[in-house]
Write a protein that binds this ligand. Sequence first.
Ligand code: ARG
Length: 468
Amino acid sequence: MTRKKAWEGRLSGGLDPLFESFNCSLAVDRRLLAVELEQDLAWANALARAGVYGPEELAKVRDGLAAMLVEEREGTFPFAETDEDVHMAVERRLTELCGPPGEKLQTGRSRNDQVGTSLRMYLRAELARVDASLLATLSTLVTRAESEIATPMPGLTHLQPAQVLSLGHYLLSCFWALSRDVERVRAAGRRADRMPLGSGALAGTTLNVDRKVLAAELGFARPSENSLDAVGDRDLVAEVSFALAQTLAHLSRYAEDWVLWCSPALGFMRLPDRLATGSSLMPQKKNPDSLELIRGKAATAIGQVCAILSLQKGLPISYNKDLQEDKAGLFSLLDSAWQCVEVFRRVAEAFEPDRARMRAALTDDLYATDLADYLVKKGLPFRSAHEAVGRLVRAAAAAGLSLSKLPLAAYLEASAHFDARALELYDPEVSLARRNVAGGTGAASVAAQLEAARSLLTCLHDPNGSTR
Ligand code: ARG
């Protein structure tokens, strides 16, 4: 098998066909084509400034790159089976289109600094897309929370009835978690805002290029500080993977709650039909697949965090081909993160809460803490109050009654500090109103929280904005 390779001077004969396809990364890195061409244009200009290209040659290269950009946009770029990766494909095609000047494009550059540069440029755009979806989700949550400030629902810990919550407060809890995700993704992008190009294979290029100018041209804040570090630096891949996996873990937890809420056993919410599926066998079914898939895809995302860290841990310093494996998992994570956020946003926007079912699920035990607090107000130490209410709960269970149905005598037996007014505590509005501490679930607190959420959202709409 005789095939033209960039490194043919050194190695003789053709490649083993299986190894050739094993070695080829085009299926994955062809996504980098557009940013690669952008980078090539800047590099060609730098080569001209360094005296490698004369004006005519540069013009030819620029035309060739422009033609390739059109091919890229139209999806007609002719990748060849023999291209080892996207970088080689561009060099080959450029040479086909403009002859000898194409063969000079790789002067002073290595695929090692090249791939790090393209990857960062690609991520910049992809992360902006996820960012936009997250911001839209945040504003959906604010809107939905706004109308549910005073909607009481049972709050659970350990999946057991705990205390009364407002649905608005619940929805805003999701807002704050996702707002941290936005900030985490942005921080990862900011930290990686350094251009590897000019690092060469590992020791720096011998060409006379102004890397600051090049960095600015390619939209980077600065060039990387150390060529050896730069060619093997995949921190960005790891950080982005973590930030997105954390985002999906958050979505997955809310998805899990909502799957339960959709179950007729709880019946707290209904999904619109367009976000659910039926069963191929059971005619009655309406399954919350949209939410289940978010939960499922979070698992794969978490696997990617482990994969990228494992890829790095045993690698000798500088570039090693193992690093080519950084992209497949990352790209599929980027795709699925965006999809998950979008599907989640649609659910958050359209789900119908069943307020009556939520209210009906407000069992008396949700007020047990309020009863204990009542006794504390009457002067009992909290531990004794806790014990007294515990006895009351036990008495109710033994009598097969709910707490509020026990006679006053039972209350007095549990603690002499009880009186008839304690029975007024079995009221969700009263319970919520007692929790207007900053960050609490009381209506006034949630209203203040909404204000804070709105102003954070305004800050976040500025791409560099953050409060943390
Ligand atoms: N396709 C390679 C990657 O994604 C590009 C860098 C190859 N460098 C090399 N020295 N073989 O990592």
